[in-house]
Design a protein around this ligand. Sequence first.
Ligand SMILES: C[S@@+](CC[C@H](N)C(=O)[O-])C[C@H]1O[C@@H](n2cnc3c(N)ncnc32)[C@H](O)[C@@H]1O
Length: 410
Amino acid sequence: MAEHPAYPVGLRLSGRRVVVLGGGQVAQRRLPALIAAGADITLVSPQATPSVEAMADAGEITWVRRPYQDGDLGEAWYALIATSDPAANTAASAEAERHRVWCVRSDDADQATAWTPATGHSEGVTVAVLTTDARGRDPRHTAAIRDAVVEGLRDGTLVAPHHRTRTPGVALVGGGPGDPDLITVRGRRLLAAADVVIADRLGPRDLLAELPPHVEVIDAAKIPYGRYMAQEAINNALIEHAKQGKSVVRLKGGDPYVFGRGMEEVQALAEAGIPCTVVPGISSSISVPSAAGIPVTHRGVAHEFTVVSGHVAPDDERSLADWPSLAKLTGTLVVLMGVDKIGKIAETLVAHGKSPETPVALVQEGTTAAQRRVDATLATVAEVVRAEEVKPPAVIVIGEVVNVGPSAAP
Ligand SMILES: C[S@@+](CC[C@H](N)C(=O)[O-])C[C@H]1O[C@@H](n2cnc3c(N)ncnc32)[C@H](O)[C@@H]1O
């Protein structure tokens, strides 16, 4: 049977009867894809793993609690034979052969009439990798090939032009805090397909170096803005490039909507009638503390965390933050853009009731090779920032969570 390679085919199982024999690990691994394919699944098995049982409880499969009996496969279109009883498996595959039901056997691929490929999904495509003959079967190798293809498509290192659905427009991509591995899969894929990338200073700058030479990379900070405000000039640049029919990625640090002016860009694009998609990103407000060993919440220590902008001092009339109220919170305060004003911020928090001994950590250039953490208290932070020359970008964490991790400073 194994002299010829298997013939690859995609079964459309929606509403069609599929019988699975055995409720162990093999069934547990295979059932989700069968459920996703819409198959009408009957599981025949005296026992099942808790996960398989949960699928039965959820009504995703019908579970017949007994061992295999002759006749179970009669009405099936497809069968998965995976009991722990070799004699039952052999009898079941003989029945499948009799009824011309394609069947997979977990214990003996050579005796099966069908093989399950290693599968993965990317961009609406299923990648399925089959071995050419059962004797040379190497499931790890097929899985590794599947992983290489799917990963490559996802992270953009394998570029397959997408003529049907590639539409010009702008993607507002949250690039994460800086480490190129911390952008989302979707963000990386869009970046790989871009004609123009308009990038901020913060975010995964290393990814820009990987872009092919035809991609135009524009530093948002260097867009000339003459009679416009800087933001308006960026909006105009996005609109102009998109109007030329190009795929434009606006790469932003962290998440586009966390102090990122993302919505202003979305609104400007909407007014200009330019299609825009927004890809969330990992915000520095959570990930930078985390990268420095600080959990923003911790059981018994902090039941809330508040992210606040420190770009204007608490006594500045432009400040929208209610610092006296923030001083009364018992959880964690995460301050972004606050290095310059931390002295005033600490003073205000203490004046409104926070203990001067409250721990503070400043994490500069988090998740990058230059990451550094400096610890202080509300009483000492202004001096420590000066003495240690802490510079933006930094995330400032205020609260007892600073001291809970094993990497907390002594
Ligand atoms: C204009 S805000 C943008 C925040 C971004 N949208 C986000 O969700 O992370 C910029 C501030 O984010 C913080 N920040 C961003 N990336 C950082 C990093 N890698 N390390 C430390 N702080 C960072 C700093 O407080 C910086 O001043």
